[in-house]
Write a new protein. Structure first.
Length: 420
């Protein structure tokens, strides 16, 4: 199995280009199931999760051509067959084919996505929403079996114990796009990825209003057409390079980042004392104020601080002066990175859904193991700032979400290599 080896302590310098957003691309690829004609999706990040979604579509019968960073998909020959466990279990994001399949065939069989290292990930909101639209759903031998004579627009309150749900909103938006009449989704997720999906659907001919707010109004249409669409840049990748620049005391230009999508991250780094320059199409970060000071944060649905940046920000807090309390309100058990960060020299304890991070520490290189995508990103960051060499194993987690990580960091001057 591959490993990443990093010799820490090199200030990163230069420019890094941000790839297309993984979490936008996944539901957008699923939404091509709704189109008559070919869709061309541009700025597609070439990642393991994207490959999995394309494999699922191909398994169902879609015709797919990948050309550089774009993919052409024609789903007209897709058949209504079960989406199998062997593919669906590879990532939770595959559950977002349920809505489009149901809208298109009035029947869908999709394997339950299974467990997840970042804590329980129920799909009750997905099912509740689709049932409200008229679907009958049963869970049978690990498969979700959904059918509907017709889907009919309704008013649906989609809030759950932890607030809004990104993929439940996506699933429902896609199903409602072809439903009869008007659907109102209250407590919808307002993440930029949801806005991206709504823009894609609207370009295809859908009538979705209110994306970005907590109230979505969707007027069902009879059919949707294939279109060409460009995916937004990945805000989590941009945030990760921002932290990389800060913790190595470097000077990094993050090209293609949309600052408006990174409000909470920029705000927290500035509160810690860093200066982030916002330019037209990029962010520039230079750490002249070292050490930074500790700040508290709570992860929340957008526009709050994203859970997908919690682990990376924690690395910054380990190196800052003072004590920081980081509370996880989206996935209360998403703290797998802490054990390995402590082994590298951090001082973090977990109390319920909060991590208490005593700052002013330094990282020392050692052998560590990645446990999930963002936890792995945190280990890479800690290694970049560490004294000596760190060997990170199980790096396939990083392949799921960071396109060209080794190449991009090498381009910034990091001493990093991938070995077998
Ligand atoms: N939840 C429910 N019931 C549901 C669905 C969700 O209670 O039916 C709860 C979850 O357990 C969680 C909260 O609601 O506590 C929010 O989860 P959400 O449904 O929004 O997560 P998701 O849509 O499954 C997406 C991203 C995640 C990201 C979360 C939160 C994709 C493919 N995944 O997941 O991304 O952490 O939103 O922003 O879009 C990652 O990229 O590393 C990643 C995990």
């Amino acid at each position: 199995m591959d490993k990443i080896v990093i010799e820490g302590g090199v200030p990163l310098k230069g420019e890094v280009k941000i790839s297309g957003s993984k979490n936008s691309a996944l539901p957008i690829l699923a939404a091509t199931l709704l189109a008559e004609g070919t869709c061309r999706i541009k700025n597609l990040p070439l990642l393991k999760d994207i490959e999995t979604m394309l494999k699922i579509l191909e398994f169902l019968g879609a015709k797919i051509k990948i050309r550089k960073k774009a993919v052409e998909i024609n789903t007209e020959s897709v058949k209504n067959i079960p989406a199998p466990y062997d593919l669906v279990r590879l990532m939770r994001g595959s559950v977002c084919i349920l809505g489009p399949l149901l809208a298109r065939f009035r029947k869908a069989i999709v394997s339950l996505p299974g467990g997840c290292i970042i804590g329980p990930r129920p799909i009750d909101l997905h099912l509740k929403g689709l049932e409200k639209l008229g679907a009958e759903i049963e869970i049978d031998k690990g498969y979700i079996k959904a059918k509907a004579k017709k889907l009919k627009g309704r008013r649906i309150f989609l809030g759950g114990t932890f607030g809004s749900s990104v993929l439940a909103t996506a699933n429902l938006m896609m199903a409602a796009a072809l439903a009869e009449g008007e659907t109102l989704i209250e407590f919808a997720a307002g993440e930029p990825e949801i806005v991206d999906l709504a823009n894609f659907l609207n370009k295809m001919g859908a009538k979705v209003k209110g994306a970005g707010s907590h109230l979505l109004r969707i007027k069902g249409v009879k059919k949707l057409r294939g279109v060409s669409y460009r995916i937004i840049p990945d805000r989590v990748e941009a945030g990760t390079y921002l932290i990389a620049g800060l913790i190595t005391r470097g000077k990094v230009s993050i090209k293609g980042a949309i600052s408006g999508h990174l409000g909470a991250i920029i705000d927290k780094t500035e509160e810690a004392g860093a200066k982030v320059e916002i330019k037209k199409n990029s962010l520039y970060v230079e750490n002249s104020q070292w050490p930074l000071k500790s700040v508290n944060l709570i992860t929340l649905p957008y526009p709050g601080f994203p859970t997908d940046m919690q682990a990376q920000f924690m690395v910054l807090m380990c190196l800052s002066e003072g004590t920081s309390v980081i509370t996880e309100r989206v996935f209360p058990r998403r703290f797998m990175h802490i054990g390995e960060l402590n082994r590298m020299g951090a001082d973090i304890v977990v109390e319920e859904n909060s991590a208490i991070v005593r700052g002013g520490r330094k990282f020392v290189g050692t052998r560590v193991m990645a446990s999930d995508l963002r936890a792995s990103a945190a280990l890479v960051l800690a290694s970049l700032a560490a004294e000596g060499k760190t060997e990170i194993s199980r790096v396939y987690h990083l392949d799921r979400g960071y396109e060209g990580l080794v190449e991009k960091l090498t381009g910034l001057g990091a001493k990093i290599k991938r070995t077998n």
